[in-house]
Write a protein that binds this ligand. Structure first.
Ligand SMILES: NC(=O)c1ccc[n+]([C@@H]2O[C@H](COP(=O)([O-])OP(=O)(O)OC[C@H]3O[C@@H](n4cnc5c(N)ncnc54)[C@H](O)[C@@H]3O)[C@@H](O)[C@H]2O)c1
Length: 255
């Protein structure tokens, strides 16, 4: 019989309709979990359908994590659909390129709203449901830019720095409820969005792949690299790990 580390578990992945989030949805569902793709984009409908056809238990719930009523509705859906909630992955995020002088107030607010407030609202909405199950796991998607900073991703790197603090704060606050809170810092992942963002600067996929070869472990990271760590952190193999920030960056921050 196949070993499924997340059998009978229920999960929410925000921003699960595409990119790294979709890889995590696949990873959790293939490990046995029922998964809600919570995304602003209706692309989540097609994304869920493709996995249901594979025999996986995945459902799309449309919502905007920056709205507290949507966060509450998404969190309570897990109880309705799966009878409870065990895992929350806060992956929804945006990363517009902008140096400090070009960072408008509107851009700053949008980045902070999705990347920081959205994570806070989802944690606040999900924590009572996780507690009701006797504990669970929250995994926040941060970035290696939280650790090293980045002038051309000025607002973004600040927002991901906030996620490191939020992760440690919340981990301390939720130990008595047996809720573990960890973050993953992916390095550089050639998702469709990242390819689009690079194209704005005249850089194509070949450029990205060549750049990857210069990284310490010789390639860009993939969504699957991050998903493998998310599945581990969500599983009972990680029951003594909380408040940690795991770099999945091919060694970029050690050289
Ligand atoms: N791609 C990279 O190189 C990289 C590196 C480090 C960290 N990250 C982080 O990983 C996460 C995913 O990045 P990606 O490259 O897969 O991006 P992506 O754009 O492919 O995926 C992000 C998803 O979030 C959704 N989303 C955006 N705002 C939302 C909102 N308000 N409510 C609900 N859903 C919303 C989008 O619709 C999209 O489906 C982000 O948090 C990003 O900062 C990415």
């Amino acid at each position: 019989m196949m070993y499924l580390p997340l059998e009978n578990k229920a999960a929410i992945v925000t921003g699960g309709a595409s990119g790294i989030g979709y890889s995590i949805v696949k990873g959790l569902a293939r490990a046995g979990a029922g998964v809600i793709i919570a995304d602003m984009s209706h692309q989540g409908e097609e994304a869920a359908k493709a996995l249901v056809e594979e025999g996986l238990n995945v459902i799309f719930v449309q919502g905007d994590v920056t709205l507290s009523e949507d966060a509450q509705r998404i969190a309570s859906k897990a109880e309705e659909l799966f009878g409870g909630l065990d895992i929350l992955v806060n992956n929804a995020g945006i990363y517009p390129r902008s140096m400090m002088p070009d960072t408008t107030e509107e851009l700053w607010d949008r980045v902070m709203s999705i990347n920081v407030k959205g994570v806070f609202l989802m944690c606040q909405a999900a924590a009572p449901w996780l507690k009701k199950r006797g504990g669970g796991a929250i995994i926040n998607m941060s970035s290696s830019h939280a650790a090293v900073g980045s002038p051309e991703l000025f607002a973004y790197s600040v927002s991901k720095g906030a996620i490191s603090t939020l992760t440690r704060n919340l981990a301390g606050a939720l130990t008595s409820d047996r809720i573990r809170v960890n973050a993953i810092n992916p390095g550089w992942v050639a998702t469709e969005r990242e390819i689009e963002v690079q194209a704005l600067n005249g850089r194509n996929l070949d450029w990205l792949i060549e750049k990857g070869k210069t990284l310490p472990l010789g390639r860009l990271q993939t969504g699957e690299d991050t998903a493998a760590v998310a599945v581990f952190l969500a599983s009972d193999h990680a029951t003594q790990i909380t408040g940690q920030i795991i770099q999945v960056d091919g060694g970029s921050t050690v050289q």
